[in-house]
Design a binder for this molecule. Sequence first.
Ligand code: MN
Length: 477
Amino acid sequence: MCPSRLDSYQAKRNPRRTPEPMGQGRRRRSPSRPTFVVQEHHARALHWDFRLEHDGVLVSWALPKGVPFDPHRNHLAVATEDHPLEYREFAGRIPAGEYGGGTVSIWDAGTYELEKWSEREVLVVLHGNRVDGRYVLFKTHGKNWMIHRMDRVPEGWEALPDLVRPMLCAAGELPPTSRGWASEFKWDGVRAVAYVEGGRVRLASRNDLDITGAYPELQQLGRALGARPAVLDGEIVAFDPAGRPSFSLLQQRMHVRDQTSARRLSRTIPLSYLIFDVMHLDGGSTVGLPYRERRRLLESLGLAGDHWATPASYREPPARVMAAAAEQGLEGVVCKHLASPYTAGRRSEDWIKVRRRSTQEVVIGGYTPGQGSRSALGALILGLPVDGGLRYVGKVGTGFSDAQLRELTARLARLARKTSPFVGAVPSAQVAGANWVRPVLVGEVRFSDWTASGRLRQASWRGLRPDKSPAEVVREG
Ligand code: MN
């Protein structure tokens, strides 16, 4: 008996306040091989507790990123107090305020073969349901150890990819029938790919920029997925008080990168990550699977929280889904072919976006000065990229909020140039007194339709699209 090994464990816990075992029962040694357990612990910070039965106790380490499957990525393992053997069966809730308050579940358990045990190094072969292989733990400094997988990656296991570009929709018409198609609502927000591993979330925009810092509330998604590595596709959307997606509200969030401001804004402008696809899960790519299979996997994850959701995929006739979108004031629908793989980074006819009202991305080529209170900016002069410059498509002088107007004025001033970026015909009366700018800012307008000469009718401004580059702006519809 060596009860002293559990002194530290017992000192941290009050048996009247926590359901954890106190290690005073009879200690059963395992009959054959010693056992191990890995417990997923949703405490203040998510971590995995790695425990090896040894000398009548569970010798323990806390792994902030879990057990590594990739031999090229060692994970930190922080030595913690020895736990009683009974702890290997413990799962449940430790009350808030107590040591380790939160929930504990058994992530994996099994037996192991001991190859070496010293003060600085422990070498084991684990036989669990999830983890099977040779691992070494080695001490680096103080309580800090590292855990390293010595075997090759498990068969069929793939590391989380660094980059999966989002699959893009083609603009088009509703499929006439629901046969072979699923329809989803089209959300008016910004596309984001989430890379989730070891409870951490990294977000990338559709042009591969790291946008993690702008959306601190989405870190919690890592905890929701726990130990399941995943790459997810979705749209970040801000909702107005009436519950409608609001692109202008979202604009106030998407440019803010510093943590403190982003956190403050997250309280006043809440948003949701609407998740509609999965490209990698549990150590394997899913991009080759048909949509219906990926959809089944996605739904099995049960991703629904304060700041994320898995919006429905409908099998009703697309026209009916479009009517529902109209009723709810949504932009339109995206119809997805049930048999289609995820073609990362490519525009595909397997995903068809159909907009209810017309919106168009445009490049700003200049602006006319305003009068009175709006002295700096009267209207933006818009174009679509063509060889050698922009083709003029009209002006937009309405729809700006004061904040947008201020921001645009400041940004355009920095882009001033002497000559017009437009090629081809530009009606001179429309651009009298224009200030020209370098054609690098992409924005979005709402409009009623195209004139015969290729101009926007009744355009109103929606906002800048910093996630788009001028080269990818094309006429839609
Ligand atoms: Mn723990």
